[in-house]
Design a protein around this ligand. Structure first.
Ligand SMILES: Cc1cc2nc3c(=O)[nH]c(=O)nc-3n(C[C@H](O)[C@H](O)[C@H](O)COP(=O)(O)OP(=O)(O)OC[C@H]3O[C@@H](n4cnc5c(N)ncnc54)[C@H](O)[C@@H]3O)c2cc1C
Length: 415
Protein backbone atom coordinates (compact mmCIF):
# COMPACT_ATOMS: atom_id res chain seq x y z
CA UNK A 1 0.00 0.00 0.00
CA UNK A 2 1.21 3.55 -0.72
CA UNK A 3 2.80 5.19 2.26
CA UNK A 4 0.94 8.19 3.61
CA UNK A 5 1.84 11.27 5.62
CA UNK A 6 -1.03 11.94 8.02
CA UNK A 7 -1.17 15.64 8.91
CA UNK A 8 -3.25 16.55 11.93
CA UNK A 9 -4.47 20.17 11.99
CA UNK A 10 -5.26 22.37 8.99
CA UNK A 11 -3.99 25.66 10.39
CA UNK A 12 -1.20 27.33 8.44
CA UNK A 13 1.46 24.95 9.75
CA UNK A 14 -0.52 21.87 8.67
CA UNK A 15 -1.50 23.41 5.34
CA UNK A 16 2.07 24.50 4.57
CA UNK A 17 3.28 21.01 5.40
CA UNK A 18 0.59 19.43 3.20
CA UNK A 19 1.31 21.77 0.28
CA UNK A 20 5.02 21.09 0.48
CA UNK A 21 4.62 17.32 0.67
CA UNK A 22 2.00 17.19 -2.08
CA UNK A 23 4.40 19.20 -4.26
CA UNK A 24 7.00 16.49 -3.59
CA UNK A 25 4.54 13.87 -4.81
CA UNK A 26 3.88 12.41 -1.34
CA UNK A 27 0.51 10.93 -0.50
CA UNK A 28 -1.07 13.19 2.12
CA UNK A 29 -4.08 12.76 4.42
CA UNK A 30 -5.16 15.95 6.22
CA UNK A 31 -7.42 15.94 9.30
CA UNK A 32 -8.95 19.00 10.95
CA UNK A 33 -11.07 19.08 14.10
CA UNK A 34 -13.03 22.18 13.08
CA UNK A 35 -15.47 22.44 10.21
CA UNK A 36 -13.10 24.72 8.33
CA UNK A 37 -9.39 25.16 7.76
CA UNK A 38 -7.24 28.08 8.89
CA UNK A 39 -7.10 27.73 12.68
CA UNK A 40 -6.05 31.06 14.13
CA UNK A 41 -5.79 32.60 10.66
CA UNK A 42 -9.25 32.34 9.17
CA UNK A 43 -12.05 34.27 7.47
CA UNK A 44 -15.70 33.62 8.16
CA UNK A 45 -19.11 35.12 7.57
CA UNK A 46 -20.30 37.19 10.51
CA UNK A 47 -24.12 37.52 10.52
CA UNK A 48 -24.08 40.55 12.87
CA UNK A 49 -22.09 42.55 10.37
CA UNK A 50 -23.42 40.71 7.32
CA UNK A 51 -19.79 40.62 6.17
CA UNK A 52 -16.98 38.12 5.81
CA UNK A 53 -14.34 39.09 8.34
CA UNK A 54 -11.06 37.71 9.63
CA UNK A 55 -10.70 36.43 13.18
CA UNK A 56 -7.90 38.97 13.47
CA UNK A 57 -6.08 41.42 11.25
CA UNK A 58 -2.74 39.96 10.27
CA UNK A 59 0.27 42.02 9.27
CA UNK A 60 3.11 40.47 7.31
CA UNK A 61 6.37 41.99 6.14
CA UNK A 62 8.07 41.59 2.78
CA UNK A 63 10.96 39.83 4.59
CA UNK A 64 8.64 36.95 5.52
CA UNK A 65 10.24 34.66 2.97
CA UNK A 66 8.45 31.42 3.84
CA UNK A 67 5.04 33.12 3.83
CA UNK A 68 5.77 34.55 0.41
CA UNK A 69 7.02 31.21 -0.89
CA UNK A 70 3.82 29.59 0.38
CA UNK A 71 1.76 32.32 -1.32
CA UNK A 72 3.55 31.61 -4.59
CA UNK A 73 3.10 27.83 -4.26
CA UNK A 74 -0.64 28.17 -3.80
CA UNK A 75 -0.92 30.80 -6.56
CA UNK A 76 -1.96 33.63 -4.25
CA UNK A 77 1.06 35.95 -4.35
CA UNK A 78 -1.07 38.90 -5.38
CA UNK A 79 -3.43 38.52 -2.40
CA UNK A 80 -1.05 40.41 -0.10
CA UNK A 81 -0.99 44.14 -0.78
CA UNK A 82 1.00 47.05 0.59
CA UNK A 83 3.04 50.07 -0.44
CA UNK A 84 5.87 49.61 -2.97
CA UNK A 85 8.34 51.04 -0.50
CA UNK A 86 8.73 50.56 3.22
CA UNK A 87 6.58 53.12 4.99
CA UNK A 88 4.50 53.03 8.12
CA UNK A 89 2.01 55.73 9.07
CA UNK A 90 1.76 56.60 12.75
CA UNK A 91 -0.38 58.90 14.84
CA UNK A 92 0.04 60.06 18.42
CA UNK A 93 -3.56 60.14 19.59
CA UNK A 94 -2.85 62.42 22.55
CA UNK A 95 -1.22 65.20 20.52
CA UNK A 96 -2.63 64.54 17.03
CA UNK A 97 0.92 64.43 15.64
CA UNK A 98 1.31 62.25 12.55
CA UNK A 99 4.48 60.87 10.98
CA UNK A 100 5.72 58.35 8.48
CA UNK A 101 8.51 55.93 9.29
CA UNK A 102 10.41 55.45 6.02
CA UNK A 103 13.44 53.16 6.24
CA UNK A 104 15.45 53.08 3.00
CA UNK A 105 15.46 49.87 0.98
CA UNK A 106 19.09 48.84 1.42
CA UNK A 107 20.79 47.35 4.48
CA UNK A 108 22.77 50.52 5.25
CA UNK A 109 20.27 52.44 7.39
CA UNK A 110 20.93 55.99 6.18
CA UNK A 111 17.27 56.78 6.74
CA UNK A 112 17.94 57.50 10.42
CA UNK A 113 19.91 60.59 9.31
CA UNK A 114 16.78 62.24 7.90
CA UNK A 115 14.25 63.80 10.25
CA UNK A 116 11.40 63.24 7.77
CA UNK A 117 12.06 59.48 7.71
CA UNK A 118 12.37 58.85 11.43
CA UNK A 119 10.20 59.29 14.52
CA UNK A 120 9.75 62.98 15.42
CA UNK A 121 11.66 64.04 18.52
CA UNK A 122 14.39 61.41 18.01
CA UNK A 123 17.97 61.67 16.71
CA UNK A 124 20.01 59.20 14.64
CA UNK A 125 22.02 57.91 17.61
CA UNK A 126 18.86 56.93 19.51
CA UNK A 127 18.37 54.07 17.04
CA UNK A 128 21.65 52.35 17.93
CA UNK A 129 20.35 51.00 21.24
CA UNK A 130 17.96 48.53 19.55
CA UNK A 131 20.97 46.98 17.78
CA UNK A 132 21.71 45.29 21.12
CA UNK A 133 18.75 43.00 20.43
CA UNK A 134 20.69 41.47 17.55
CA UNK A 135 23.34 40.23 19.99
CA UNK A 136 21.09 39.49 22.95
CA UNK A 137 22.11 36.91 25.53
CA UNK A 138 20.13 33.70 25.57
CA UNK A 139 17.36 33.96 28.14
CA UNK A 140 17.53 37.76 28.43
CA UNK A 141 14.44 39.95 28.27
CA UNK A 142 14.18 43.04 26.13
CA UNK A 143 14.07 45.05 29.37
CA UNK A 144 17.47 43.64 30.32
CA UNK A 145 18.89 44.32 26.88
CA UNK A 146 17.85 47.79 25.78
CA UNK A 147 16.41 51.00 27.19
CA UNK A 148 12.64 50.66 27.54
CA UNK A 149 11.75 54.32 27.93
CA UNK A 150 11.93 57.58 26.05
CA UNK A 151 10.32 58.90 22.88
CA UNK A 152 11.71 56.25 20.52
CA UNK A 153 10.61 53.45 22.83
CA UNK A 154 7.09 54.81 23.22
CA UNK A 155 6.57 55.75 19.58
CA UNK A 156 8.39 52.96 17.77
CA UNK A 157 9.95 50.06 19.62
CA UNK A 158 7.19 49.39 22.12
CA UNK A 159 4.30 49.36 19.60
CA UNK A 160 6.27 47.43 16.98
CA UNK A 161 7.66 44.84 19.41
CA UNK A 162 4.32 44.45 21.16
CA UNK A 163 2.61 43.57 17.89
CA UNK A 164 5.44 41.29 16.72
CA UNK A 165 5.69 39.40 20.03
CA UNK A 166 2.17 39.85 21.42
CA UNK A 167 3.76 40.17 24.83
CA UNK A 168 4.58 43.23 26.92
CA UNK A 169 7.96 44.03 25.32
CA UNK A 170 9.98 44.73 28.47
CA UNK A 171 9.29 41.16 29.71
CA UNK A 172 9.58 39.52 26.29
CA UNK A 173 12.50 37.52 24.91
CA UNK A 174 15.28 39.69 23.50
CA UNK A 175 16.38 36.75 21.32
CA UNK A 176 12.99 36.55 19.63
CA UNK A 177 12.88 40.32 19.18
CA UNK A 178 16.38 40.15 17.70
CA UNK A 179 15.30 37.44 15.27
CA UNK A 180 12.40 39.57 14.04
CA UNK A 181 14.63 42.62 13.72
CA UNK A 182 17.37 40.68 11.89
CA UNK A 183 14.97 39.46 9.19
CA UNK A 184 13.13 42.75 8.75
CA UNK A 185 14.35 46.22 9.72
CA UNK A 186 18.03 45.21 10.00
CA UNK A 187 17.77 43.59 6.56
CA UNK A 188 16.75 46.97 5.10
CA UNK A 189 13.46 48.55 4.16
CA UNK A 190 13.09 46.15 1.21
CA UNK A 191 12.45 43.39 3.78
CA UNK A 192 10.16 45.56 5.84
CA UNK A 193 7.31 46.60 3.54
CA UNK A 194 3.98 46.02 5.29
CA UNK A 195 1.72 43.48 3.59
CA UNK A 196 -1.95 42.93 4.35
CA UNK A 197 -4.44 40.34 3.07
CA UNK A 198 -6.79 43.03 1.82
CA UNK A 199 -9.45 40.60 0.59
CA UNK A 200 -9.22 38.45 3.70
CA UNK A 201 -7.04 35.74 5.20
CA UNK A 202 -9.09 32.97 3.64
CA UNK A 203 -8.51 34.41 0.18
CA UNK A 204 -4.76 34.84 0.76
CA UNK A 205 -3.80 31.72 2.71
CA UNK A 206 -6.52 29.12 3.03
CA UNK A 207 -8.88 28.72 0.06
CA UNK A 208 -6.11 28.68 -2.62
CA UNK A 209 -4.22 26.08 -0.55
CA UNK A 210 -7.30 23.87 -0.29
CA UNK A 211 -7.94 24.22 -4.02
CA UNK A 212 -4.37 23.31 -4.83
CA UNK A 213 -4.40 20.34 -2.48
CA UNK A 214 -7.67 19.16 -3.98
CA UNK A 215 -6.13 19.31 -7.46
CA UNK A 216 -3.33 17.09 -6.10
CA UNK A 217 -5.79 14.57 -4.74
CA UNK A 218 -5.79 15.71 -1.09
CA UNK A 219 -9.31 15.96 0.38
CA UNK A 220 -9.10 17.29 3.94
CA UNK A 221 -11.37 15.61 6.48
CA UNK A 222 -13.13 18.25 8.55
CA UNK A 223 -14.71 17.53 11.94
CA UNK A 224 -11.95 14.94 12.46
CA UNK A 225 -10.56 15.49 15.96
CA UNK A 226 -7.61 13.29 16.83
CA UNK A 227 -8.25 11.85 20.31
CA UNK A 228 -5.33 9.51 20.83
CA UNK A 229 -2.11 8.33 19.27
CA UNK A 230 -1.11 4.72 19.92
CA UNK A 231 2.65 4.19 20.23
CA UNK A 232 5.12 1.35 20.45
CA UNK A 233 8.73 1.96 21.50
CA UNK A 234 9.89 3.41 18.23
CA UNK A 235 6.88 4.60 16.29
CA UNK A 236 3.35 5.97 16.33
CA UNK A 237 1.12 3.02 15.35
CA UNK A 238 -2.52 4.16 15.51
CA UNK A 239 -4.57 7.33 15.26
CA UNK A 240 -7.94 7.37 16.99
CA UNK A 241 -10.61 9.83 15.84
CA UNK A 242 -13.71 9.18 17.96
CA UNK A 243 -14.90 5.67 17.12
CA UNK A 244 -12.60 5.36 14.13
CA UNK A 245 -9.08 4.01 14.49
CA UNK A 246 -6.56 4.31 11.70
CA UNK A 247 -3.78 1.74 11.85
CA UNK A 248 -0.61 3.25 10.43
CA UNK A 249 1.10 1.25 7.74
CA UNK A 250 4.83 0.54 7.58
CA UNK A 251 6.43 3.78 6.34
CA UNK A 252 3.47 5.98 7.25
CA UNK A 253 4.39 9.20 8.99
CA UNK A 254 2.44 11.63 11.17
CA UNK A 255 2.81 15.41 11.44
CA UNK A 256 1.04 16.84 14.45
CA UNK A 257 0.21 20.49 13.64
CA UNK A 258 -2.19 21.22 16.50
CA UNK A 259 -1.97 23.88 19.24
CA UNK A 260 0.50 23.18 22.09
CA UNK A 261 -2.02 22.21 24.76
CA UNK A 262 -3.59 19.65 22.40
CA UNK A 263 -0.18 18.28 21.42
CA UNK A 264 0.65 17.82 25.10
CA UNK A 265 -2.46 15.70 25.58
CA UNK A 266 -1.55 13.51 22.62
CA UNK A 267 2.21 13.11 23.05
CA UNK A 268 3.60 11.75 26.33
CA UNK A 269 6.06 13.94 28.24
CA UNK A 270 6.03 16.76 25.69
CA UNK A 271 7.27 20.13 26.95
CA UNK A 272 5.45 22.96 25.17
CA UNK A 273 4.48 26.59 25.82
CA UNK A 274 1.73 26.84 28.43
CA UNK A 275 1.37 30.59 28.91
CA UNK A 276 -0.57 32.57 26.35
CA UNK A 277 -1.46 36.13 25.41
CA UNK A 278 -4.68 37.50 23.98
CA UNK A 279 -5.41 39.68 20.95
CA UNK A 280 -8.54 41.78 20.59
CA UNK A 281 -9.97 42.78 17.23
CA UNK A 282 -12.89 45.13 16.65
CA UNK A 283 -14.50 45.31 13.23
CA UNK A 284 -16.73 48.27 12.27
CA UNK A 285 -18.94 47.96 9.20
CA UNK A 286 -18.32 51.31 7.58
CA UNK A 287 -16.48 52.36 4.43
CA UNK A 288 -13.17 54.06 5.24
CA UNK A 289 -13.00 57.77 4.40
CA UNK A 290 -11.19 58.64 1.15
CA UNK A 291 -7.41 58.58 1.58
CA UNK A 292 -7.45 56.45 4.73
CA UNK A 293 -4.16 54.54 4.93
CA UNK A 294 -4.33 50.73 4.66
CA UNK A 295 -2.56 50.56 8.02
CA UNK A 296 -2.16 53.20 10.73
CA UNK A 297 -0.15 52.66 13.91
CA UNK A 298 -1.57 54.58 16.87
CA UNK A 299 0.13 55.41 20.17
CA UNK A 300 -1.41 56.97 23.26
CA UNK A 301 -4.77 55.26 22.58
CA UNK A 302 -6.47 51.97 23.27
CA UNK A 303 -6.38 51.37 19.50
CA UNK A 304 -2.96 50.14 18.42
CA UNK A 305 -3.35 49.41 14.70
CA UNK A 306 -6.15 50.59 12.43
CA UNK A 307 -6.67 48.60 9.23
CA UNK A 308 -8.80 50.02 6.40
CA UNK A 309 -10.55 47.39 4.30
CA UNK A 310 -13.00 48.28 1.51
CA UNK A 311 -16.05 47.39 3.61
CA UNK A 312 -14.85 47.95 7.17
CA UNK A 313 -12.44 49.60 9.56
CA UNK A 314 -10.78 47.20 11.87
CA UNK A 315 -8.72 47.62 15.02
CA UNK A 316 -6.11 45.32 16.56
CA UNK A 317 -4.93 45.42 20.17
CA UNK A 318 -2.13 43.05 21.16
CA UNK A 319 -1.27 41.66 24.58
CA UNK A 320 -4.93 42.34 25.32
CA UNK A 321 -5.44 40.06 28.35
CA UNK A 322 -6.47 43.06 30.45
CA UNK A 323 -9.42 43.64 28.10
CA UNK A 324 -10.81 40.10 27.89
CA UNK A 325 -13.40 40.63 30.65
CA UNK A 326 -14.33 44.20 29.71
CA UNK A 327 -17.93 44.61 28.52
CA UNK A 328 -18.05 44.38 24.74
CA UNK A 329 -20.34 47.40 24.25
CA UNK A 330 -18.04 49.63 26.26
CA UNK A 331 -14.98 48.49 24.36
CA UNK A 332 -16.66 49.04 21.01
CA UNK A 333 -17.86 52.50 22.09
CA UNK A 334 -14.50 53.58 23.45
CA UNK A 335 -12.59 52.37 20.42
CA UNK A 336 -15.05 53.87 17.96
CA UNK A 337 -14.75 57.24 19.74
CA UNK A 338 -11.02 57.11 18.97
CA UNK A 339 -11.53 56.03 15.36
CA UNK A 340 -14.15 58.65 14.62
CA UNK A 341 -11.86 61.33 16.10
CA UNK A 342 -9.00 60.16 13.90
CA UNK A 343 -10.93 59.63 10.66
CA UNK A 344 -13.56 62.38 10.93
CA UNK A 345 -16.32 59.76 10.54
CA UNK A 346 -19.59 60.38 12.51
CA UNK A 347 -19.55 59.64 16.26
CA UNK A 348 -22.57 57.36 15.93
CA UNK A 349 -21.42 53.78 16.46
CA UNK A 350 -21.65 51.77 13.20
CA UNK A 351 -22.45 48.02 13.31
CA UNK A 352 -19.54 46.34 15.09
CA UNK A 353 -18.16 42.98 16.11
CA UNK A 354 -15.52 42.13 18.68
CA UNK A 355 -13.37 39.03 18.31
CA UNK A 356 -11.47 38.05 21.45
CA UNK A 357 -8.75 35.45 20.90
CA UNK A 358 -7.72 34.55 24.43
CA UNK A 359 -4.93 32.21 23.42
CA UNK A 360 -3.87 34.08 20.31
CA UNK A 361 -0.19 33.24 20.75
CA UNK A 362 2.14 31.78 23.35
CA UNK A 363 3.76 34.41 25.57
CA UNK A 364 7.07 35.31 23.93
CA UNK A 365 8.99 35.29 27.20
CA UNK A 366 12.38 33.64 27.76
CA UNK A 367 10.71 31.02 30.00
CA UNK A 368 8.22 30.02 27.29
CA UNK A 369 10.91 30.10 24.63
CA UNK A 370 12.72 27.37 26.57
CA UNK A 371 9.64 25.14 26.42
CA UNK A 372 9.41 25.07 22.61
CA UNK A 373 10.24 21.64 21.24
CA UNK A 374 11.94 20.90 17.93
CA UNK A 375 10.12 19.19 15.06
CA UNK A 376 11.50 15.72 15.82
CA UNK A 377 10.04 13.62 18.61
CA UNK A 378 11.19 10.43 20.36
CA UNK A 379 9.14 8.49 17.80
CA UNK A 380 10.71 7.97 14.38
CA UNK A 381 7.59 8.65 12.37
CA UNK A 382 6.05 11.47 14.42
CA UNK A 383 6.93 15.12 13.78
CA UNK A 384 5.65 18.38 15.24
CA UNK A 385 4.67 21.61 13.50
CA UNK A 386 3.07 24.84 14.69
CA UNK A 387 4.05 28.41 15.50
CA UNK A 388 4.86 27.22 19.04
CA UNK A 389 7.59 24.78 18.03
CA UNK A 390 11.21 25.96 18.06
CA UNK A 391 11.17 28.07 14.92
CA UNK A 392 13.38 30.81 16.32
CA UNK A 393 10.57 33.28 15.63
CA UNK A 394 7.60 34.44 17.72
CA UNK A 395 4.14 33.01 16.99
CA UNK A 396 3.57 34.36 13.51
CA UNK A 397 2.41 33.25 10.09
CA UNK A 398 6.05 33.14 9.04
CA UNK A 399 6.95 30.90 11.96
CA UNK A 400 4.01 28.55 11.43
CA UNK A 401 4.74 28.14 7.72
CA UNK A 402 8.42 27.53 8.40
CA UNK A 403 7.48 24.91 10.97
CA UNK A 404 5.22 23.19 8.42
CA UNK A 405 8.02 23.19 5.85
CA UNK A 406 10.48 21.86 8.41
CA UNK A 407 8.20 18.98 9.40
CA UNK A 408 7.57 18.25 5.72
CA UNK A 409 11.31 18.02 5.10
CA UNK A 410 11.72 15.59 8.00
CA UNK A 411 8.72 13.53 6.96
CA UNK A 412 10.08 12.93 3.48
CA UNK A 413 11.38 9.35 3.22
CA UNK A 414 15.03 10.45 3.47
CA UNK A 415 14.24 13.36 5.83
C1 LIG B 1 -6.03 37.55 16.48
C2 LIG B 1 -4.71 37.10 15.92
C3 LIG B 1 -3.91 38.02 15.26
C4 LIG B 1 -2.67 37.62 14.75
N1 LIG B 1 -1.93 38.52 14.05
C5 LIG B 1 -0.81 38.10 13.40
C6 LIG B 1 -0.10 38.99 12.56
O1 LIG B 1 -0.45 40.17 12.44
N2 LIG B 1 0.97 38.50 11.88
C7 LIG B 1 1.38 37.20 11.99
O2 LIG B 1 2.34 36.81 11.32
N3 LIG B 1 0.74 36.34 12.82
C8 LIG B 1 -0.34 36.75 13.52
N4 LIG B 1 -1.02 35.89 14.33
C9 LIG B 1 -0.47 34.53 14.56
C10 LIG B 1 -0.88 33.55 13.47
O3 LIG B 1 -2.26 33.59 13.23
C11 LIG B 1 -0.51 32.14 13.96
O4 LIG B 1 0.88 32.11 14.23
C12 LIG B 1 -0.81 31.03 12.95
O5 LIG B 1 -2.09 31.16 12.39
C13 LIG B 1 -0.68 29.70 13.69
O6 LIG B 1 -0.89 28.62 12.79
P1 LIG B 1 -0.68 27.13 13.30
O7 LIG B 1 -1.01 26.26 12.16
O8 LIG B 1 0.67 27.03 13.91
O9 LIG B 1 -1.72 26.93 14.50
P2 LIG B 1 -3.33 26.93 14.49
O10 LIG B 1 -3.82 27.99 13.60
O11 LIG B 1 -3.74 26.98 15.92
O12 LIG B 1 -3.73 25.53 13.84
C14 LIG B 1 -3.95 24.36 14.57
C15 LIG B 1 -5.10 23.60 13.92
O13 LIG B 1 -5.25 22.34 14.58
C16 LIG B 1 -6.65 22.07 14.73
N5 LIG B 1 -6.81 21.08 15.81
C17 LIG B 1 -6.74 21.30 17.15
N6 LIG B 1 -6.88 20.12 17.80
C18 LIG B 1 -7.03 19.16 16.87
C19 LIG B 1 -7.20 17.74 16.94
N7 LIG B 1 -7.20 17.08 18.10
N8 LIG B 1 -7.34 17.06 15.77
C20 LIG B 1 -7.34 17.70 14.57
N9 LIG B 1 -7.16 19.04 14.47
C21 LIG B 1 -6.98 19.76 15.59
C22 LIG B 1 -7.22 23.44 15.04
O14 LIG B 1 -8.63 23.46 14.82
C23 LIG B 1 -6.44 24.33 14.07
O15 LIG B 1 -7.06 24.44 12.81
C24 LIG B 1 -2.24 36.27 14.91
C25 LIG B 1 -3.04 35.36 15.60
C26 LIG B 1 -4.27 35.76 16.11
C27 LIG B 1 -5.11 34.76 16.83
Amino acid sequence: MTQTVHIIGAGLAGLACAVRLADEGERVALYEAARMAGGRCRSYFDPTLDLTIDNGNHLLLSGNTAARDYGARIGASDALVGPNECEFDFLDFATGQRWKLRPNASKIPWWVLFADRRVPGTGPLDYLDAGKLLFAKDGATIGETMRCEGVLWEKLWRPVLLSALNTEPAEASATLAGAVLRETLAAGGAACRPLVAKSGLGHAFIEPALRKLQSQGVEPRFGARLREIGFDNACARTLRFGEEEIVLGEGDRVVLAVPPLVAQELVPDLAAPDDFRAILNVHFRIAPPPGQQLLLGMVGSLTEWLFAFDDRLSVTISGADRLMDEPREELAGQIWAEISAVTGLPRELPPWQIVKEKRATFAATPAQEKRRPGARTSWENLFLAGDWTATGLPATIEGSIRSGYKAAGLALPLG
